[in-house]
Design a protein around this ligand. Structure first.
Ligand SMILES: Cc1ncc(COP(=O)(O)O)c(C=O)c1O
Length: 476
């Protein structure tokens, strides 16, 4: 770790309000121990901070935050009306979701009309008959054994992989799993690889943990493995957070040929691959390639399989598969977080998952989603505007490039005024790029709403392009 990284770490913490005006910074010795670096490296960082007038020195006492520098920090602290202050935590995605609109293309969730609500309510009754004292019990932090048994048998059968029920932890959604893993794997300033673009909540979680995010380009052809190897050599990342199957936001799939090689790289450079596979069963034609986890023999892949999206977001069930070395700290983190996912939701999910209805539901759902994707594409193609996108073969989103230089943020502002929302590309990018890209989810709105919404969006984009005279918005 270099002095500049420590410099950035301190500036970030001052900006987040961890240290205010005239607060004393940790001593050189204690920070060196905390970050596991040489004292000289910390000393150089402090000297640089002093040179840039971010801190000042008190003779024989230490380094203190300059009031001018801390001034910017006030914005990062949230003050409640009764004067309590808290660190400001960012969740850019939920900020957008919170705005109520008629045409909701920002939330990658499935229309509740397509989910098995009636059947699930049936199972609720059955489950309470089978386990009358269900509400009177905690789950174990690792998760219900019966459910772990079932998932273990299912994945062994469908992927021909060696697995036992001790290698599974049930979490409250994949988002909790990302959060727990980042807590057990990342210390401030650790390098973490993330795809560019990526799931925006993961960026916020990893940044909240103090990670240095190193982007890896994800294209329709996959990753550039040579570039990844260079990054692994140079930065020695602790973790690579990835969503290689019907990736959010792009819908891309990492080809099977790259999966095994990536696991080999992870082993060689001792980097944990966190494989988030929330959309695996949402394919339209062909089944996607096997998860990377199935190639891993040495415990370098942790596999997150959420069922929130296509079974029931309300149940919040995700299975985390990992080898023993990772399972123990994960269980400890899970028990600190919430002592276990509620037993009642695990049992309801268990009984639905093992029923025939589950597979029937998936089949119907794939068809319904494919129709919605087709409708969205039809409307986008019909517009006299030069959008660009790659047809997703599964998942819930279209990743769309707006015509030359139209700003997605400006379009979003206009759209919100017309009760329409989408995700602007820059919040999915650790580098804050993709300013002219948007993520449109086709899974929540019905066909009529998709048609109306896309026509509205096209009109707004055309008006914006004309108003600001963006050069080539027309289809060539
Ligand atoms: C890639 C990805 N991972 C995780 C999640 C969150 O999943 P869950 O609802 O299981 O927490 C989402 C939700 O949109 C997602 O797109």
């Amino acid at each position: 770790m270099r002095s500049k990284q420590i410099y950035d770490y301190i500036i970030t913490n001052i900006e987040r309000g961890e240290w205010g005006a005239h607060d004393k910074l940790p001593s050189i010795r204690s920070l060196a121990v905390e970050l596991n670096v040489n004292r000289l490296t910390v000393f150089k960082a402090y000297q640089l901070l002093k040179q840039h007038e971010k801190v000042y020195v008190k003779e024989k006492s230490g380094y203190y935050v300059c009031p001018d520098c801390a001034g910017t920090a006030a914005d990062a602290v949230y003050h409640t009306p009764n004067g309590v202050s808290a660190l400001q935590v960012t969740s850019q995605l939920s900020d957008i979701h919170r705005i109520a609109v008629e045409y909701q293309f920002s939330q990658a969730i499935i229309d509740p009309n397509l989910l098995p609500n009636l059947f699930l309510s049936d199972y609720v009754k059955k489950v309470f008959d089978i386990y009358p004292k269900l509400m009177g019990n905690y789950s174990t932090p690792q998760g219900d054994e019966e459910l772990r048994d079932l998932l273990c048998q299912y994945f062994k059968r469908s992927n021909r992989v060696e697995l036992n029920n001790g290698e599974i932890v049930i979490t409250t959604g994949a988002q909790q799993a990302i959060d727990l893993l980042s807590r057990i794997l990342i210390r401030p300033l650790d390098a973490v690889l993330v795809e560019r673009p990526t799931y925006s909540a993961a960026i916020d979680i990893l940044r909240g943990q103090g990670a240095r995010l190193i982007p890896v380009e994800f294209t329709p052809e996959g990753y550039d493995l040579e570039a990844i190897e260079r990054l692994m050599k140079q930065h020695r990342p602790r973790m690579f957070y990835m969503n290689p199957t019907f990736h959010n936001p792009t819908g891309y799939i990492l080809p099977a040929s790259q999966r095994k090689q990536l696991v080999e790289l992870a082993e060689r450079y001792r980097c944990v691959l966190v494989e988030d596979d929330a959309f695996h069963d949402m394919y339209f034609h062909e089944r996607p390639p096997q998860p990377l986890f199935m190639y891993d023999t040495d415990g370098w892949v942790v596999y997150l399989r959420s069922f929130s999206k296509y079974v029931a977001p309300g149940l919040r069930i995700c299975a985390v598969f990992a080898r023993k070395s990772m399972i123990e700290p994960l269980i400890a983190a899970k028990s600190l977080a919430d002592n276990g996912t509620p037993l009642v939701t695990q049992k309801i999910f268990l009984h639905y998952f093992q029923s025939e209805r589950m597979q029937q539901h998936l089949k119907k759902l794939r068809t319904a989603l494919q129709i919605r994707r087709d409708v969205m594409e039809e409307e986008l193609s019909a517009a006299s505007i030069d959008w660009q996108w790659t047809t997703p073969q599964g998942g819930l989103n279209i990743w769309l490039r707006l015509p030359n230089h139209i700003s997605a943020s400006m379009l979003l502002q206009e759209s919100l005024q017309h009760s329409l929302s989408f995700v602007p590309g820059h919040i999915c990018d650790p580098n804050n790029g993709y300013q002219s890209w948007v993520r449109l989810s086709y899974s929540l709105m019905n066909e009529i709403q998709i048609r109306e919404g896309m026509r509205q969006l096209t009109q707004l984009a055309q008006q914006l392009a004309t108003r600001f005279d963006f050069p080539s918005y027309q289809r060539k």
